[in-house]
Design a protein around this ligand. Structure first.
Ligand code: 4G3
Length: 227
């Protein structure tokens, strides 16, 4: 998957994309990320990417022209080409189902909004608006990284074994079962005997039961959704 990012803060991406699984995914060619500084498409003396809101009021508003010009340069002809996604608190809420859907795209262009808000006409340049949750952040860069991370790990070949994706939380609509590693006894807190028994059938049963129990207690909404 190719991912183009339009941002006013390119450096924010360096550490997140330069470590661990996201780094390896790029090394393997599973994802090909290009970061574009929106200031490269500002042409006034101050290279302004924001301006005062029409009608007055506090704060600054992100300008539309740099985003528009950047899109024209990056995706010159895109009749059904890249999917342009704007990260905003007003977008469709991101969940694992939407992540899975986006992971099938060939090319994404992510627009990171900033400041106290964005010019409404930026919305018209996007195919889709996505929110990572009901809270406000200072910028769209962190949501863009959340989206990239969640999507990348679903691309075939990125994670070690297929099982680690399909067995985990949300993939089956349930929260994860409790997991343990050594020591078997940590300050009197013992790992459940069943996990030390070597009885794989019993262990699978126990994990299924625990996942269900935990989901019912913590996230009954997920059980309803599952039906
Ligand atoms: C656009 C996304 C961007 C308009 C962005 C604010 C939270 C999310 C921004 C706007 C953001 C989210 C930057 N905050 N929940 N802030 O995904 O009003």
């Amino acid at each position: 998957m190719r991912i183009d990012i339009l941002t006013l803060f390119p450096k924010m991406f360096e550490s997140v994309l330069g470590e661990s699984i996201l780094k390896r995914a790029q090394g393997k060619g599973a994802i090909n990320i290009k970061i574009h500084d929106l200031r490269d498409w500002t042409f006034d003396n101050h290279r302004s990417a924001d301006d005062k809101p029409f009608g007055g009021g506090p704060g600054m508003v992100m300008k539309v022209e740099p985003v528009s010009l950047a899109l024209k340069d990056i995706a010159p002809a895109r009749p059904k080409g890249a999917k342009v996604i704007l990260l905003t608190p007003q977008g469709k809420r991101l969940d694992q189902e939407l992540v899975k859907c986006i992971s099938k795209e060939k090319e994404l262009i992510l627009i990171c909004g900033h400041y106290e808000g964005i010019d409404e006409r930026i919305r018209l340049l996007a195919d889709e608006e996505i929110s990572i949750g009901d809270y406000i952040l200072t910028c769209g860069e962190i949501p863009a990284m959340v989206l990239i991370d969640s999507v990348t790990r679903l691309i075939p070949g990125v994670l070690g074994s297929k099982d680690s994706v399909t067995q985990e939380s949300f993939e089956n609509g349930l929260l994860e079962y409790p997991q343990y590693t050594r020591p078997a006894d940590f300050e009197g807190m013992r790992v459940p005997d069943i996990l030390l028994s070597g009885d794989h059938k019993k262990i699978e049963e126990w994990r299924g039961k625990e996942a269900l129990k935990r989901t019912g207690k913590r996230r009954p909404d997920l059980l309803k959704k599952k039906g």
